[in-house]
Design a protein around this ligand. Structure first.
Ligand SMILES: *[C@@H]1O[C@H](CO)[C@@H](O)[C@H](O)[C@H]1NC(C)=O
Ligand SMILES: *[C@@H]1O[C@H](CO)[C@@H](O)[C@H](O)[C@H]1NC(C)=O
Ligand SMILES: *[C@@H]1O[C@H](CO)[C@@H](O)[C@H](O)[C@H]1NC(C)=O
Ligand SMILES: *[C@@H]1O[C@H](CO)[C@@H](O)[C@H](O)[C@H]1NC(C)=O
Ligand SMILES: *[C@@H]1O[C@H](CO)[C@@H](O)[C@H](O)[C@H]1NC(C)=O
Ligand SMILES: *[C@@H]1O[C@H](CO)[C@@H](O)[C@H](O)[C@H]1NC(C)=O
Ligand SMILES: *[C@@H]1O[C@H](CO)[C@@H](O)[C@H](O)[C@H]1NC(C)=O
Length: 413
């Protein structure tokens, strides 16, 4: 499978252009914070049947969440039957939970993820739901999620795929139409530090969902990625109650391809492989998590790599996924992603229990679910996006996995 991080740079360039344009507006917004009132309609849902899920922590040693099985022993005692929620298949929903929200109707979705608004007419990709072998995912309802999140802050931290996931989450929470609830959205950005921030506050239920854009997790100064220093923005999210990290795509290309220089201390590394650079950044990240995150208060998740599906070329040489209307039925290369092992190894070494949102394989089936050319106004129609996901779509299922893991953990306490 071809991979290209470069498409993410295309979007970054776009963001940068916006950033330059917005800068004057954004600067005075920085202190006062612009508030967009976005009244949304919400109702409560029927309680879905309890799932029987297995949530995974990659750390084989003791953790504070002792009743959650770790990788060494996935059959430890549970009150309910368990199953690996990441092993399963995509099934056509009976229409009750898919589409997760009406296509083109959720105002939180960026134009480049809103495939329906961008003219994609086949909607089969919105009708699939992830079905683990041997159990069901919990159905994410606003009522249950809001009850769980009351008084809390959830942060999605990482690159534009985290934004994809964040926007899906907001749409899932504001889907229902019976009761009007307010959502206050605050946006900030500082393009020069490659930093973006979006925060959605639900005042009626007193919780906040954030997206924090920090694709490397570590600090970036202009074109230099400082591998031994966490991004300053980490101060802003370290006290969140739930953090869902992600970082992968930006590490995939050699520095020569995208102009970044890796630096440790004052030393500049000219020939670091993506794998080594990623590994070093994860060391910085994991040491920081172990030292700064209070695991009693904060649940830490790491979402695994989100696969891309370019065929017939790279992102910039005619690679495409347009016209893919069916998922892959049999994966040839299961879980062969070069940075995956690096990530899993790093997570295993940590003293903080980090829960692994292992979405790579399940997402890898979904070659049908990328925006391709249906990504808003494009700079160049020939360049397709086969990396992000249309919404409604695959990230909705990631959030149902997250919800299931949160709920099952909550019940064990
Ligand atoms: C891990 O748990 C076992 C059994 O509960 C206990 O004997 C051991 O001391 C624990 N180890 C650590 C490092 O907490
Ligand atoms: C896993 O845990 C179960 C229940 O505690 C135990 O019976 C089983 O022997 C363990 N398996 C391994 C491989 O440790
Ligand atoms: C992640 O999920 C895939 C698919 O279920 C599985 O093959 C793989 O072993 C999982 N990885 C880990 C570390 O649990
Ligand atoms: C909202 O949540 C915060 C953080 O837990 C808490 O300090 C505050 O008292 C809550 N406000 C209300 C109105 O419940
Ligand atoms: C960690 O969080 C818990 C629960 O909020 C709190 O009781 C404890 O004091 C915190 N520990 C530290 C070291 O801040
Ligand atoms: C669009 O991109 C392709 C491939 O990079 C290039 O050949 C073509 O000239 C570009 N078209 C426009 C209008 O910029
Ligand atoms: C959508 O799915 C139906 C049922 O599987 C199929 O008949 C139809 O051809 C699909 N549409 C597209 C555009 O692939």
């Amino acid at each position: 499978m071809e991979f290209s991080k470069a498409i993410f740079q295309v979007f970054d360039l776009k963001t940068m252009i916006y950033g330059v344009i917005l800068l004057f507006i954004v600067i005075d917004v920085f202190s006062s914070t612009s508030i967009t009132k976005d009244p949304v309609t919400i109702q409560s849902n029927a309680i879905s049947s309890p799932p029987h899920s297995l949530a995974i922590i990659l750390k084989p040693s003791n953790t504070s969440f002792s009743s959650i099985p770790n990788l060494k022993n996935t059959t430890s005692v549970r009150k309910r039957p368990i199953c690996d929620i990441f092993q399963g298949r995509w099934v056509v929903d009976d229409g009750r939970s898919r589409p997760s929200y009406p296509p083109g109707k959720c105002s939180f979705i960026d134009f480049n993820f809103d495939c329906f608004k961008s003219g994609r007419v086949d909607l089969n990709y919105t009708m699939l739901r992830w079905k683990p072998n041997g159990c069901r995912l919990r159905r994410l309802t606003r009522r249950k999620m809001a009850r769980f999140l009351r008084g809390k802050r959830l942060a999605f931290v990482g690159d534009s795929l985290s934004k994809n996931e964040y926007q899906s989450f907001l749409c899932l929470l504001t889907n229902d139409a019976a009761k009007k609830k307010k959502v206050l959205v605050v946006k900030k950005s500082n393009v020069f530090q490659n930093f973006g921030f979006e925060s959605a506050n639900f005042p009626d239920d007193n919780f906040t969902v954030d997206f924090i854009r920090t694709p490397f997790l570590v600090q970036k100064f202009g074109g230099k990625v400082q591998l031994d220093m966490m991004a300053k923005v980490s101060e802003d999210y370290k006290n969140a109650d739930i953090i869902v990290f992600n970082s992968a795509h930006w590490w995939r290309h050699r520095i020569t391809n995208h102009g970044y220089i890796y630096q440790i201390g004052k030393h500049i590394y000219k020939h670091l492989s993506p794998k080594t650079a990623f590994k070093k950044s994860l060391r910085t990240w994991s040491k920081w998590v172990d030292a700064n995150i209070n695991a009693t208060r904060t649940q830490v998740f790491f979402r695994s790599f989100s696969p891309v599906h370019y065929s017939g070329g790279q992102w910039n040489s005619g690679g495409n996924c347009r016209g893919e209307n069916f998922p892959i039925t049999k994966l040839k290369e299961r879980g062969k992603f070069e940075l995956q092992e690096t990530l899993e190894t790093a997570l295993r070494k940590m003293s903080t229990p980090v829960r692994y949102l292992n979405v790579t394989t399940m997402s890898n089936y979904r070659k049908d679910a990328h925006p391709s050319i249906f990504r808003g106004k494009t700079v160049n129609e020939t360049i397709q996006d086969c990396g992000h996901w249309c919404l409604p779509g695959v990230p909705d299922s990631w959030n149902e996995l997250l919800f299931t893991m949160l709920m099952d953990h909550g019940q064990q306490k």
